[in-house]
Design a protein around this ligand. Structure first.
Ligand code: GAP
Length: 428
């Protein structure tokens, strides 16, 4: 974990936020490589959930939202964690995450737990009064429920169908921890899949399988993943069944994604408070009903961290130790690094020509400094699957060397065919 946190900072994946001011309350900034990788994680999710299906559409709802939404959803009343204060050192903790003693000073003189609402409250407009209260959304889900009729009307989708959304959510977590595992600002990837009520159990099982498969397909070994079904006492106020996809984090099994049968709770709750009937009307049969919702809800930032942890490795190449990220090429920040053997006047222009051929195919890095061995190590360490090296022979034979990150095998490829070769290796 510590090595990954170091690598993240050193190589520009994730920086502690506002570091020049001493940091800011467990918030993080995504650097050049982290931004590319997080985008790849979200794109891979979107591709599997929206692009490769004809029964799911996407939306992008507002982050600043009306208190009415959170009143209906139950978040204003129920979205709380039990908070205790240490009377000795005055630190605050989540009561369910500590074992009767303050983790800071060890004192057992703690207050009784009280409900602490996790939503960030603010004011929309220049006047700070009750009428202007707004909340930063604590989940993306509600934006999809309140737009149910808009989406049905504009797309003519019929259950079973889904609405997907990727974006930021905010929770005033009492104890953010474990790097980007639990932060106050994070990104979610959520699907609300609307089904006829009598099909809910079938679709719940279907999404458990689909979602587990997604993580394995993108490179997390299946023995580092498991499904854990919630017992009745653990279920959220809206849920008839929930299972978590869990990953073997360095501190033990923990949640990557929750998959819930939210029943008709949310549509009914918004119908009641808004007075708008959120139901599905099937014109051919004349049938009207409130669909049930199966919700696979994943965290993009947390999932990116899991992909990094699963990919991290230290091995030996040619008797030398190296750190390598065995990232799936679809997730790696760069798919290719173009490396002129030296800064020579004739090599650099030819290398730029090769770069120009590859940039339309995938994300490329271009690096001319340091020895070639060191540059390979730098690329291995950030998970770049292929290095394309331009050497002095390239000037004569117009061919380059393609090196594979995992096997370190090298093959010679004509420059005319390099774009095709890389596209083929990337499967695009
Ligand atoms: N709409 C349902 C919902 O939001 P959740 O289990 O509270 O369910 C879904 O959140 C996912 O969002 C979690 O499995 C996790 O991956 C991510 N997530 C939740 N809170 C987070 C936090 N404070 N920091 C990072 N990721 C978080």
């Amino acid at each position: 974990m510590e090595r990954l946190v170091n690598l993240s900072k050193r190589r520009g994946f994730i920086f502690p936020s506002a570091e020049i001011y001493g940091g800011f309350r467990s918030t993080y900034d995504y650097g050049p490589l982290g931004t590319l990788m997080l985008r790849n994680v979200k794109d891979a999710w979107w591709r599997s959930i929206v692009q490769l299906r004809d029964d799911v559409v996407g939306i992008d709802a507002a982050i600043l939202s009306s208190p009415r939404i959170w009143e209906a959803s139950g978040h204003l009343a129920n979205f709380t964690d039990p908070l205790v204060d240490c009377r000795n050192c005055h630190e605050r903790w989540r009561a369910d995450k500590i074992e009767g003693a303050c983790p800071n000073c060890g004192s057992t003189d703690l207050t009784e737990p009280r409900a602490f609402n996790l939503m960030f409250k603010t004011h929309a407009g220049p006047v700070e009064e009750d009428a202007t209260v707004a909340y930063l959304r604590p989940e993306t889900a509600q934006g999809m429920f309140v737009n149910f009729l808009n989406v049905v009307t504009t797309t003519r989708k019929k259950p079973p169908f889904g609405i997907a959304q990727v974006g930021k959510s905010f929770r005033n977590e009492i104890t953010p921890q474990n790097f980007v595992f639990r932060t106050r600002e994070f990104e979610q990837m959520e699907l609300e899949y609307f089904v006829p009520p009598d099909e809910a159990d079938k679709w719940f099982d279907y999404w458990l399988d689909e979602r587990l498969r997604w993580y394995v397909d993108l490179g997390i070994p299946s023995d580092q993943l498991r499904l854990r079904h919630h017992g009745p006492e653990e279920l959220s106020h809206y849920s008839a069944a929930t299972a978590d996809v869990e990953f073997a984090f360095p501190w033990g099994w923990d949640e990557l994604e929750g998959i819930a049968n939210r029943t008709d709770y949310d549509l009914n709750a918004h119908s009641k408070l808004s007075g708008e009937k959120l139901e599905y009307y099937d014109a051919p049969t004349g049938e009207r009903y409130v669909p049930y919702v199966i919700e696979p809800a994943a965290g993009a930032t947390r999932t990116m961290m899991a992909f990094l942890l699963a990919a991290y490795d230290e091995d030996e190449v040619g008797g030398e130790a190296r750190t390598v990220l065995h990232l799936d090429p679809r997730l790696a920040p760069y798919q290719v690094a173009v490396l002129p053997l030296s800064k020579n006047d004739r090599l650099v222009p030819l290398s730029r020509e090769v770069l120009g051929l590859l940039q339309p195919v995938c994300m490329c890095d271009f690096d001319v400094t340091q020895s070639i061995g060191r540059r390979y190590r730098r690329q291995d360490e950030v998970g770049t699957p292929f290095c394309v090296t331009v050497d002095f022979e390239s000037i004569e034979d117009r061919a380059v060397t393609v090196r594979d990150r995992d096997t370190t095998d090298q093959v010679r490829v004509p420059i005319d065919r390099i774009a095709q070769e890389i596209a083929g290796r990337l499967g695009c």
